[in-house]
Ligand binder design. Structure first.
Ligand code: URA
Length: 425
């Protein structure tokens, strides 16, 4: 492979030039191998943040990241595969009911997930609230579970796109996470390497999301869909609202309990709506003609959940951990809850112990926020608006502080925007 002077490449991108295929291939390989130093790659990430990558560069960048690691192969399975990825939101526990629901429709769901950092929780952190459940499986165990149960949610092994692992950690500490091409290549390199046949992207828009505007979210969706299709993965994206938390809970064990309610036929309307919308996209993309609503109603999604949890050592009947302290925050006036900011709730849950500030930090299984009202609900002065759950009582004042200014109560009901805004395919 031709080698380059990384400082020349940084200068070229800084000044708005396009990088060639050879330059990008070399850069990603050299960074993964430790030839390009972290400080040089952080400078490149910042240049990219401002200058972007055009479609050709983005496709080369993504392929170069895929080529640093292994690719999984699900072609030996007896059913088609479909996966979903969410760009992350507060209270976004949709993967939990979705994976067993889609499996119940006859589509295998290989959901390789991560742990949370910052104000959005990680799927693995949520499932680890279930006593005995383990996230780490070998590739063979994952394949066996996909064949037997049809759904697996497990830790993405270090073999998939190792360049992304290194680069994402660097972006996290250099203010370069929120770049559309860097997010698109990061997500899609892992999903393409994972080998799913179909992929549905849930691209969040709003105050609690990476993408605050419709325009940016649509651009991120368009670029990810193009990368997926070019790699032969049937890819679609739904743009969905993330101004207010999804469901009534934010926090690991609390979100598992809410997911189980949905699988049992109850649960909040927004969780049911989004789970079914994403399930329909996945099932259709996989070429299967089954209505997921039937599989939710007849209990087979719940049956698949129980088998999925048990296959990974979890006890689906074990009580979930409960917090040592629960503090209630009440409404200050009568009226209608007009808005409730997702970010404020996410930060409060994080401060209560549901999330981590550094990737080595432990999380509390029972910590988080329970919403006692959602936008549009009538509230009365002195009645509960939130429950704050934590094992660390000293964390409560900072969580309350995060919520201050995060909601409004008004005389009239807010105009409700649809949860699913647009489909990009
Ligand atoms: N999730 C990822 O995997 N990568 C990003 O860059 C952002 C969110």
């Amino acid at each position: 492979m031709t080698s380059f002077d990384v400082v020349d490449l940084i200068r070229a991108k800084r000044d708005g030039a396009q990088l060639t295929e050879e330059q990008i291939d070399w850069l990603i390989r050299a960074y993964t191998d430790g030839i390009v130093a972290d400080e040089q790659m952080s400078s490149m990430a910042m240049a990219l943040f401002f200058r972007g990558l055009d479609d050709r560069e983005l496709s080369t960048w993504t392929n170069a990241m895929i080529n640093t690691g292994e690719r999984l192969d699900f072609s030996g399975l007896s059913r088609p595969t479909a996966d979903k990825h969410s760009t992350g939101g507060v209270g976004d526990k949709i993967t939990l009911p979705l994976a067993p629901l889609v499996a119940a429709c006859g589509v295998a769901v290989p959901q390789l997930s991560g742990r949370g950092l910052g104000h959005t929780g990680g799927t693995l952190d949520k499932l680890e609230a279930i006593p005995g459940w383990r996230a780490n499986l070998t590739n063979q165990q994952m394949l066996d579970q996909l064949e037997d149960v049809g759904a697996v949610i497990c830790a993405a092994g270090s073999g998939l796109a190792p360049a992304d692992k290194k680069l994402y950690a660097l972006r996290d500490v250099t203010g370069t996470v929120e770049s559309i091409p860097l997010i698109a290549s990061s997500i899609m390199s892992k999903k393409i390497a994972e080998g799913t046949g179909a992929l549905v992207l849930d691209v969040k828009v709003g105050s609690g999301a990476f993408m605050k505007t419709h325009e940016d979210a649509a651009e991120l969706a368009r670029r990810m869909v193009a990368l997926g299709k070019a790699a032969g993965v049937k890819t679609t994206a739904l743009l969905t609202r993330m101004d207010t938390p999804l469901g009534l809970t934010a926090g690991n064990g609390l979100e598992v309990a809410e997911s189980v309610e949905v699988l049992a036929g109850g649960g909040p309307a927004d969780i049911i709506e989004l789970t079914l919308a994403l399930a329909r996209e996945m099932v259709t993309a996989a070429g299967v003609d089954v209505d997921p609503a039937d599989k939710l109603a007849d209990g087979s999604a719940m049956d698949h959940w129980r088998r999925m949890v048990a296959a990974q050592g979890g006890d689906p009947d074990a009580p979930l951990p409960t917090a040592k302290h629960v503090e209630v925050v009440t409404a200050g006036a009568d009226g209608v809850l007009a808005s409730l900011d997702a970010m404020a709730v996410g930060i409060a849950a994080w401060r209560l112990g549901a999330g981590r500030a550094r990737k080595e930090d432990p999380v509390q299984a029972a910590a988080g926020v329970v919403l006692r009202a959602k936008p549009g609900d009538r509230v009365r002065a002195g009645e509960p608006l939130f429950e704050l759950h934590t094992d660390t009582e000293a964390a409560v004042p900072r969580a309350v502080e995060a919520l201050q200014g995060g909601w409004t109560i008004s005389a009239t009901a807010p105009v409700t925007a649809p949860l699913v805004i647009e489909k990009v395919s």
